[in-house]
Design a protein around this ligand. Structure first.
Ligand SMILES: [Ca+2]
Length: 239
């Protein structure tokens, strides 16, 4: 077993190990020591590889390794624990962006977002987007209630382009596979609806996989209120 190594994610988050993840490698022989680039920290001269009894030597991260695929394009992870929706433009509202619901899908099945948590949009006007009202925060984009909405007062919107882009960050209690999304439109003002956007997924370490890239073409517009749009995918966007 001297050449057998266990791969352990650096951040301890469960789920499959994918391209770009940071990991530690633990040898399974004897005292189970950790693979370490000892030269960087203490050995001097070079970057020799050895084993040590700690995952990292001091604060030098000499025992942290990145998983990379060789000889092919990165393969997108099949499931993620975190998602972020970035909305880059609306249908020409000069101040606001809004949705009643963000709906996620795994193929034809809707993803259960109960237990999911959103991050605040922001509170400091003049530097970035803020919620239109305290009752219209990002948590209302995933509350399974079409009577509530997430509404953002963006810093600037010119010709429908939102600057800076509006971001909805969602943390799920377990790794989940997502292949597409739809919106449920807001209660009013259809020009606030999302026009171009992208959805990415992550399992930590600030590594993000593209799931839906709709940044190059306009989404099918639905002017009816509190109504679901079609399901959008990268394929449907043509991006
Ligand atoms: Ca809602």
């Amino acid at each position: 077993m001297t050449g057998t190594w266990e791969i352990i994610k650096e951040d301890g988050i469960a789920g499959p190990i994918v391209h770009g993840d940071l990991v530690h490698l633990q040898n399974q022989y004897g005292p189970k020591l950790w693979l370490d680039a000892c030269g960087h920290a203490t050995c001097g001269g070079g970057y020799e590889v050895s084993t040590t009894d700690s995952r990292n030597r001091g604060n030098h991260r000499t025992g942290t390794w990145e998983m990379l695929l060789v000889g092919g394009a990165p393969v997108a992870a099949t499931s993620h624990t975190a998602f972020r929706l970035t909305v880059t433009s609306n249908y020409a509202s000069t101040a606001h962006f809004q949705i009643s619901e963000l709906n996620l899908y795994n193929q034809d099945s809707e993803v259960d977002l109960s237990g999911a948590v959103t991050s605040p949009t922001g509170t400091v006007e003049g530097s970035h987007a803020i919620d239109c009202r305290s009752s219209e925060g990002p948590e209302f984009a995933i509350d399974s209630n079409t009577g509530t909405k997430w509404c953002v007062h963006a810093l600037t919107i010119a010709d429908g382009v939102i600057n800076p882009n509006v971001v909805l960050s969602i943390q799920l209690p377990q790794a989940t596979t997502v292949t597409g999304l739809s919106f449920t439109t807001g209660n009013d003002v259809s020009t606030r609806d999302p026009r171009r956007f992208k959805l990415e997924g992550s399992n930590g370490n600030n590594q993000w996989d593209m799931i839906v890239d709709h940044s190059c073409s306009d989404a099918t517009r639905v002017t009816a209120r509190r109504t679901r749009t079609p399901v959008f995918t990268t394929a449907s966007a043509g991006c």
